[in-house]
Design a protein around this ligand. Structure first.
Ligand code: C5P
Length: 221
C-alpha cells in the first residue's frame, strides 16, 4: 500500500511520515531530502544546477537511502549538510527543472515498487503516485508552521528568529506553489488535514486511523 503525505514546509509531514512508517514497519521516502541530496552532490561535483540533463542523470545515478532517521547518499550520511540554508536555497533551481522532476518520479516509483510505503513531499499524491490508496494533504497556518520550524531549528542548535523563519517559509511556499511542473497541490482525491492546534501524536494517530480504515475497506472489498 502507498500512502502519500504532501503539503507545505512545517505542516508536520516529516515527523508524521517517519513515525507512521516506523509504527507500521513500512518504508519511508522523504522526497524533499532526495531533492536536497542531489543538489548537494551536484554542487560537490561541479555540475551547474541549471544544467537539467546532467542533474537528471545524477538523480538516476545517486543511491539515496533512509536508515534510522538518517539520509545516506551513495552510502554517505548527508543528513546535516542537506539542511543548511545554502542547500535549502539551491534546491529551488533543481526542483524547478522538468527533466529533473521526471527523473525523480522514475526513481521514486522504482524505490516504492512492491513495497508498503509512506512517502512525503509536494507532488507525491498529485504526480508521482496518482494511484496511491491513501493521499493526505497536510496544512497548518503560516504562524503555526513557522513556530514549529523555529523549534526544530533551535533543537538543531541553529540561531533563528520567528520573522526569519516565516519570511523564508513564505518564499519557499510561493516557489513550490507556482512552479510550472510538479507544483505543490492536493490531489483531487486527497484527504485534507488541517493540523493547527494538534500535537504531533494527534496527527500521527489521525493518519494511522485513516490508514486502518483504508486497510479495512480493502479487506472487505
Ligand atoms: O520538504 P523539504 O523542505 O525538505 O523540501 C526541500 C525542497 O524540495 C522544497 O522546497 C521543494 O521545493 C522541493 N521538493 C519538491 N518536490 C517534492 C519534495 C520537495 O519540489 N516532492
Amino acid at each position: 500500500m502507498i500512502v502519500t503525505l504532501d503539503g507545505p514546509a512545517g505542516a508536520g509531514k516529516s515527523s508524521a511520515a517517519r513515525a507512521l512508517a516506523a509504527r507500521l514497519g513500512w518504508c519511508y521516502l522523504d522526497t524533499g531530502a532526495m531533492y536536497r541530496s542531489v543538489t548537494l552532490m551536484a554542487l560537490e561535483q561541479g555540475i551547474p544546477l541549471d544544467d537539467a540533463p546532467r542533474v537528471a542523470d545524477l538523480v538516476e545515478r545517486t543511491v539515496i537511502e533512509f536508515r534510522d532517521g538518517r539520509v545516506l547518499a551513495d552510502g554517505r550520511d548527508v543528513s546535516t549538510e542537506i539542511r543548511t540554508d545554502r542547500i535549502t536555497q539551491a534546491t529551488r533551481a533543481v526542483a524547478d527543472a522538468a527533466d529533473v522532476r521526471a527523473a525523480m518520479k522514475r526513481v521514486q516509483r522504482r524505490m516504492a515498487e512492491g513495497l508498503d510505503v509512506v512517502t512525503e513531499g509536494r507532488d507525491q499524491g498529485s504526480e508521482v503516485f496518482p494511484d496511491a490508496e491513501l493521499k493526505v494533504f497536510l496544512t497548518a497556518s503560516a504562524e503555526e508552521r513557522a513556530r514549529r520550524r523555529l523549534a526544530e531549528e533551535l533543537e538543531r542548535g541553529r540561531a533563528s528568529s520567528l520573522e526569519q523563519v516565516q519570511e523564508s517559509q513564505a518564499r519557499r511556499d510561493e516557489g513550490d506553489r507556482t512552479r510550472p511542473v510538479g507544483a505543490m497541490r492536493p490531489a483531487a482525491d486527497a484527504v485534507l488535514l488541517e493540523t493547527d492546534g494538534m500535537s504531533r501524536e494527534e496527527v500521527i494517530d489521525r493518519l494511522a486511523a485513516l490508514i486502518a480504515a483504508r486497510l479495512a475497506e480493502r479487506g472487505s472489498s
